[in-house]
Design a protein around this ligand. Sequence first.
Ligand SMILES: *Cc1c(COP(=O)(O)O)cnc(C)c1O
Length: 427
Amino acid sequence: MEYRSNRDASPRVSLSHAIATGTAPDGGLYLPTAVPRADVAALNLETDRVRFSEAVLRPYFTGDKLEVCLRRACEAAFSLSQPLRFLEQSTAMLELYHGPTCAFKDFGARFLAQCVGFQRETCWPMPHYDIFVATSGDTGGAVAAAFHSLPGVRVVVLFPSGRVSAPQRAHLSCWPNNVLPIAVDGSFDDCQCIVRELLSRSSIEQRTCANSINIGRLLPQIAYTAWAAVRYQRLTGHAPGFIVPTGNLGNALGAYMARTMGFPVREIVLATNANRYLADYFNDIAAAPTSVVHTLASAMDVAKPGNLARVTALMNRDELLACSEVVLAQDADIRAAMGAAFRQRGLAVCPHTATALHALGTRRTPHWVVVATAHPGKFPEVLRSVTGTAPELPVAVQRQLARARPCTPVAARADAVEAVLAAGQAA
Ligand SMILES: *Cc1c(COP(=O)(O)O)cnc(C)c1O
């Protein structure tokens, strides 16, 4: 399998190269040259999820050096549990928040860490290496958790100061010294711009990026959608639609790819918060350049989803509109959905998952899988203000969070961040 840039102005590369570089030289994002068809009937759900996921992802690794590392990457990612919990006969919730940082991003981060770790083991001498990550809340913690034990690696986490919840912030700063959390005085989009700028200034031997611009984080997200779709269909006889809380469109991209591969994903609903770029795009309203709107679902506060470029490179607009739509939730809708889930189902959900429940309430057809993206205990203030109570995070997680340290505050400029890095902090 080869990988191309969505801008088609760069040479095709191997998976190893795409993972090591993050972005293509033309500034585009890598995606596979073709989406393989899966032999769905032959995939055995009864074997464990590690083997299932390995079979789903194998075509993306064929012919690459990383093929021998696929098993261990799947073991790292899919040893996490991913319960498909039925809320009713024709609605299930796919809980993707049982990893070390309690959000779905643990899957992609752990998968990518194994790939990067393998690449580093096979080069000698092993250079010192910076892993950059811009985060709206959950990515940074997941990447820090997954990468901090790799030898010779420093994890640099940029996050918008004051825009992440207290547990999220603790998850960014509770790791050993080779994780450097930087509180940027700006938005998530500012953080992302700074990371791109810093990456363009240095060689790939020194730095890479673990945002969802890296294809190595996206691929595993195909596998859990595929698994949930096949399992739902075997249990109910129906192909489910998926409702995916959406920010940068990474998780949903996995769902589109699983559908293209032939897995029983009937349709895809993108649940967004008040950031309306996707809603406008789907309604063919010329998307005005807007700045980010801060909402209760803060990990989805993205002005312009970077992965839209990948989705539109995979399918044209008509194909996209034929299989999916956008449902936008204002903060009031998020609160209402959280309250209703608690009163009617005894279910505590995070504000991101609540956008999907809001979208579920607008559906007229049955058979849906609602994707639950974070543990409700990660957003205790919102939950308490809506329901009067908030669930605790798992004890092991609480113990880890107790190790949180202060973060370095920095102006929203690449030079300011570069200065912190040069000072060698947390090296
Ligand atoms: C990152 C995140 C999202 C958005 O996912 P994308 O892949 O960026 O669309 C939704 N919910 C939570 C809890 C997240 O951390």
